[in-house]
Each structure stands twice: as structure tokens, then as C-alpha cells.
Design a protein around this ligand. Sequence first.
Ligand code: GLA
Length: 537
Amino acid sequence: MRKVLPVKKLFLLLGSLWLGVGGAPWLAEPRAKAALGGVAATDRPSRAIVEPSYPDLAANDEPTPRINGPRVIGTTPGREFIYRLPVTGAPPLTYAVTNLPPGLSFDAATGIIRGRVEREGATPVVITARNRQGAARATIRIIAGKRQLALTPPMGWNSWNVWGTAVSDEKIRAAAEALEQTGLAACGYRYVCIDDGWQGRRAPDGTMQPNERFPDMKALGDFLHAKGLLFGAYTSPGPFTCGRYIGSWRREEADAQLYASWGVDYLKHDWCSYDGIARLKTLEALQQPYAVMRAALDKTDRDMVYAICQYGLGEVWTWARKPAIGGNLWRTTGDIEDTWASVSEIGFRHSPLAAFAGPGGWNDPDMLVVGALGWGEPPRPTRLTPDEQITHMTLWALLAAPLMLGCDLTRLNEFTRRLLTNPEVIAIDQDELGVAATRRDAAADGTEVWARPLADGRLAVGLFNRGEDMQTVTAKWSDLGLTGRRAVRDVWQRRDVGAFDQVFAALVPPHGARLVIIGGRLPSGPARRKAASPSQP
Ligand code: GLA
């Protein structure tokens, strides 16, 4: 175990203060030096460092095509299906799609599959993407059937953590455009969700009307759908939302029909003022409002992912996916904040909940608090350090958590872009086996090892350091159920590290994480027993 000298900590602190609103992604550079044990004068942040390098975060900028996104997607026969192929690579890209199920068609100019699948069943659809640099091919299974939504955790953006109740049509459109321009949509982020603050008054006939910041919801839905993105809305089972806007109490059916007419694809149903109605928090009382909205959604002709938000009351993960509720994701905790205390306390408590997550229903530890955030105040950079952000994203991918961004996407810096677009990290989150990670080892020094099995038989492993000093974290095969010599790949750096036997160990900065994939058993041969830090050359 190596200690970071106090003087180094002081530099980091002064550096953070000095950089203020600019964020401090440069920390990745001094940290790599610290991993080598040096605390040289060059560790001091310099004004010359404007756009830092990110030795520990590989970019997703290969020119060759890559087909991102889940390998399995669900839909209900007869209902609208929209899927924008998430493909990265140098433009111009051309696409070909074969073996679409009857009812769907593909627009090669936009790269969007649309239509309504006619019959139940699973169809392997083959997608090819080409550019001057090469071609990529993937098979995606489209599963048509009842209740087949969210077969992998939803990915997208939600307005709350940046705009609070000051959300508007204009800001939602800007977020959708930024999803495209930053390359996030090409990585699979596709839900664009309005949170609290869109509601106006009810018309005399009871119809809910958006407020003046949302002149035309149907047009907004059409705008998103034209891009192949999906539309998220928000309401509450109580008379009011948490932001004191009007909720859906006793109007669930009409509201669900209205959302369907706008083209809503995802509904967050947020407990809030229902507290005043369900005074006795019996299990029945906790479930009732969610069953009412479930029934209302079932009466529409539209697929809507159902996001249950009640902060984990009554151990919601034990009942949210039963048919009468049909939740596709459920918040497991209160609201996340962009502090280490909040992110680590929420994220690391999920090991006992892993068994409740799986295709169609996911534990939701709340949205990602990286990038420029504000909750309605002028957006400012997340207060998480770069290492804390790497831990946040690593843990959420291992937990098979929904990846909902909450930041101002028009101001994405290079560090955040790399953090959110690493295709191998996203592929872990979206793995079709859908088994969430559990804690495999934890030591008194704050080091922890978590792992989740992947559909291809490999194991995704997180090495975490919750302590305040640089420490070596060791993943032992005995804790992971592995034997023999195994190939290890560093996922954040996107490089193969070598073959290892019995253990893989890495030096991990305070509050930081390494994410590796351990492959199948190799024939015996030279293998290192212990690894140096993957950040060392
Ligand atoms: C609750 C939810 C948040 C957000 C706000 C909106 O606090 O947990 O995610 O939706 O309400 O008021």
C-alpha cells in the first residue's frame, strides 16, 4: 500500500479550487505519476494544461465502424417500434439490415428501423455498417411479445439534475441535438426524458395541459422520433409532484392516454405527495398506486417503459416486477447528489439487490451525476473528482443500472465524453445476460472487488478503493470462482493487459476504480502472478 503525501493532497485541493468551475479533469495526469510513486514538482497543476491528456480513459474514436447498443431489443406486436442503429465510426457510414420481422422497415439514409412488428417471436436481425475504413456486422435479436420492454437497462438523458423545474421544450430539443452531435446517441443513449416541471393546469374536462414552456408535446415527441430517439415523461400518483406541479391522482387513465397520444415511450411515476394519501405504509398501500398506473398504461396502444420512483419504500425491488405492477426499473434509494458520500453510499449498497435485477426489470440507483449539473441553478461542473466519476460509471455498469445522464449535454468536456462513451463499459452495462454484479471481497482498508458474469462467458470485474490513500486492490480467482491462467483486459484503457494466474492486482487511487474483463481459461504457459498497476507502462 502506498501513501499519498499530504503535500500532494494539498496540491490537488488547491488545483481543484483554482480551476473552480472549469472542472479538474487534469487530475488524471498527476494521478498517473502518483501511481509510479513520485510526488515531483511537476505534479503541480500548471496553467499551461488547458486540455489535458487522459492516460487512463481511452477515447472512442476509432475510424472503423462499430455497432454499439444491446444485442437484444423487445417490443409488443402491433405497437410502434423505433430503433436508431447506434453505430460509431468515421462518416460517411452506410448501413444494411437483413431479416427484419414483418412489419418493420429500415431507412438506410437515416439508419432508423421503424414500424410495428406483426407477430410474436424472436428474430435475429443482421446489421452491417460500412465506411471507407472497413465494416462491422452484428446480430440483434428483436423479441416481439407481451411485456418485453427494457430487456437491457434503459440508456438516455433526463432533465432533472441539470434543469430542475426550469425545463422547457427548447432545452429538451437542445439535449436531443447534443445527444447526436456528441456521439452519445451513436453509443446507445436514446431516451430523452422530461422530468418534473412540464405540467400546467387541467382543462375543464380534466385533460392535463402542459405549461407555457411546452407549447406542443406531440410536436416534441415527433421531433425526437424523427431522430430515432425516444420520449420520456414524468408524473406522480399523488395530487402533486415533488416540485408541486399537478400529479395524476385519480386521472391515471386519461393521463396515460394523453401521454400515448403525444408519443411517450417512457414514464417515470414519482411517489411524492402520495405520502399524504397512503398514510399507513402497508405493502398494499405502497403497491396500489403503481398497479393503478400499470393498468392505465396497459389500456393504451403504446409501449412505455415504466420507471417506478419511490426511493425503495417497502423493498420495492422485491415486488416491482410482479405482473400487476410491471415495473421496468425502480429507484432503490433517495435522490443522488454529486458528492462522494452520496454516490458511494448508494452504489456500494446494491450487492444484496443484484438477484432482483434482470432482463425487463432493473434496480435504479438514480441518474449519473457527472458533467455540468445544477438542479435548476446555473449549471456547474460535478463536484465528483475524476476518480470518483470513474468509480460511479464503473459501478453503475457493473450493477446493470439504467444509464441516465443528467447533465447539460451542450457543455460536455473531453473527460466526461470519454467517461460516457467507452463502448466496452457500455457493453458491460448492456450485456444481454442481465446479471448484476455482487461484491466478491471487501477489506477493512476500503478496497472492494465486484464482479458480474457476461453472456459470452467472461467476467467483468471492478477493483475499487473507497479509502483515502492509493492502495493495491487484488482480485483473487478464489473469490471470483475462477481457476487457471486467464487473459485480462483493462476496459477503461481498452487494452489487453496480459495473462494472469490466481490473482490480478492493480494500484487504485483513492475513491478510484479499475474495470477489467477476465477471459476464459487459457492453456497453461507463462502467466504473471501479480500485475503492476495497469496505468504503468
Ligand atoms: C424526486 C425524484 C427526482 C426528481 C424530483 C422531481 O425527488 O426522486 O428524481 O424526479 O422528484 O421533483
